[in-house]
Ligand binder design. Structure first.
Ligand code: TRP
Ligand code: ZN
Length: 505
């Protein structure tokens, strides 16, 4: 049966339309390189992560996300704690294989329209496995039980490897309070006055269509429109002043540095917009502080944020030049129970303590500029950020790194504590205390093993070599074997893998 594209577009996503589109006779494309078989294949539905098989996607590389989001926070209590989000995501990507179709990740939102290089695609119900679909189309599978959220795009004509595509996805949804695999709050987390947006490890898909894995970094721009009086804080630098029309204000942001998806933010709230300050090296610092913090929270936060220029200076001397165009904080009186190192602009819950500000700032080099190639390498983020805080505490005259190490290493701990292999802690162990403290202990023990000169040279080499990229524990070991001339197999085995207390070096 032949149906013209215009007819299909009008009958969009009706059950009848779907049946007319799908022919069950077709089989999925064979593997590439099979002689005589089609070479256009489906991009993979995951980036190959050990813990999150459906996070990220294969077959293409995103260059840029332009996110135009219109958001209305919940009405006053007792109205439900739900916001309304409408988005238009313009995604520039390049095919990395000949593509019959490819996926994005999108959770809890509904797509209403899509264009591929300016031409509309038709929204249909998910076809049966192996079924062929005629024409440019998209469909969305959302399986909360399996944590599988996949928006499939079928471009027509098919894409050749190297071809550039501009995809425009129009979507909307009611925002709620998503949780991660261990049921911690994350993603577009609705608050009474707006939203706290913190998406580690795979929560960005709750607010825009994305290849949600650190291995596909991209640049971002944002235009976040909210009711007049609300402030929207995203990554990078403001792209001009906020613009108000008809009772709504658009906050535009430009994030020109390569950025992993989990580090995007666009928090909305009643923020005080603080005057810009600068690090000694000239990094602009844009801070946003909830007007509703308690006096205690505000005092703590103010004291910590005032240290940001000095902290940037100290970490630049330790890890090399600050890696991005901006820094600053957003501090919300609502809470997700933790802070996150969202790129250029960490998010704090309730208040920002000095130690947490040092931790989230250190992540800009360790975690953000250099990101984990797989979530099993989370210790490279959290161990480093924790160790960097030990270093800052020494710099600030609070406590030496050696004393911090002794305080951690000295006391008796349970066998279960030592049993967690931080080099592969499992999806439910990503943010376990051992990943942070044994991770920092590993770095201090490494320093004692290779000496200060090699240790700090290695830290700078690590950041320089993998800046804007991702890396593994093996890459890390290779850097330290290079700078120290030592074989570190036994060291990393004892500290990252062996489920027992490592001996002192
Ligand atoms: N990565 C955050 C930090 O160390 C912490 C974090 C993210 C977290 N998600 C979490 C902590 C969930 C506990 C639970 O700054
Ligand atoms: Zn951290």
């Amino acid at each position: 049966m032949s149906t013209s594209r215009t007819t299909l577009a009008r009958g969009l996503a009706t059950a009848v339309g779907v049946v007319s589109l799908v022919s069950l006779a077709g089989l999925a494309a064979a593997a590439p390189g099979d002689p005589g078989k089609p070479r256009y294949t489906a991009g993979s539905s995951g980036a190959g992560d050990s813990y999150f098989p459906y996070a990220g996607n294969g077959g293409y590389d995103v260059q840029h996300y332009d996110l135009a989001i219109d958001y209305t926070p919940p009405a006053a209590a007792p109205a439900p704690l739900e916001g309304q989000l409408q988005g238009v995501a313009t995604i520039d990507l390049t095919a990395t294989q000949d593509l019959d179709r490819f996926n994005l990740d999108l959770r809890g939102m509904t797509v209403s329209a899509m264009t591929i290089n300016g031409k509309p695609a038709t929204g249909i119900a998910p076809p049966a496995p192996g079924a062929e679909v005629d024409g440019a189309a998209y469909w969305h599978v959302q399986d909360d039980a399996e944590r599988r959220w996949e928006l499939t795009v079928q471009p027509r004509p098919k894409l050749k490897k190297g071809q550039e595509v501009e995809l425009v996805v129009t979507y909307s949804g009611t925002t709620v309070r998503p949780v991660d695999i261990e049921e911690a709050p994350y993603g577009w987390y609705t608050t009474r006055d707006g939203a706290i947006v913190v998406s580690e490890p795979d929560g960005s898909m709750t607010w825009y269509p994305v290849s949600d894995h650190p291995t596909d970094k991209a640049t971002y721009s944002f235009a976040i429109t909210v009711p007049e009086g609300k402030v929207a804080v995203a990554n990078g630098l403001p792209d001009g002043p906020p613009v108000t029309a008809n009772g709504r204000t658009t906050w535009s942001w430009d994030a020109v540095d390569q950025q992993a998806s989990y580090l995007t933010t666009a928090s909305v709230g009643d923020f005080e917009v603080r005057p810009v300050t600068y690090s000694p090296s000239g990094v602009p610092i844009h801070d946003f502080v909830d007007t509703k913090l308690s006096t205690n929270q505000r005092n703590t936060t103010n004291a910590s944020l005032a240290l940001q220029p000095r902290m940037i200076d100290f970490f630049e001397s330790t890890f090399g030049p600050y890696p991005f165009v901006a820094f600053g904080s957003s501090v919300d009186n609502d809470s997700v129970g933790y802070a996150l190192e969202t790129q250029t602009r960490p998010v704090y819950s309730g208040s920002a303590s000095q130690g947490t500000v040092a931790h989230e700032l250190a992540h800009q080099w360790l975690g953000n500029a250099v990101s984990p190639d797989d979530w099993k390498y989370i210790w490279l983020n959290e161990g480093w950020a924790t160790y960097a805080t030990w270093l800052w505490n020494e710099e600030a005259g609070i406590r030496t790194a050696q004393a911090a190490f002794d305080t951690w290493y000295g006391p008796a701990r349970t066998p279960e504590y030592w049993a967690l292999p931080i080099g592969d802690p499992g999806p439910l162990g990503l943010f376990a205390t051992q990943v942070y403290n044994r991770g920092a202990g590993t770095l201090h023990a490494l320093r004692l093993t290779v000496g200060d000169d090699a240790f700090f040279e290695g830290a700078q080499t690590w950041v320089e070599r993998y800046d804007d990229d991702t890396a593994t524990s093996a890459d890390f070991q290779a850097v330290y074997e290079e700078v120290s001339g030592q074989d570190l197999d036994a060291f990393f085995e004892a500290w990252l893998v062996t489920p027992a207390k490592p001996a002192l070096p």
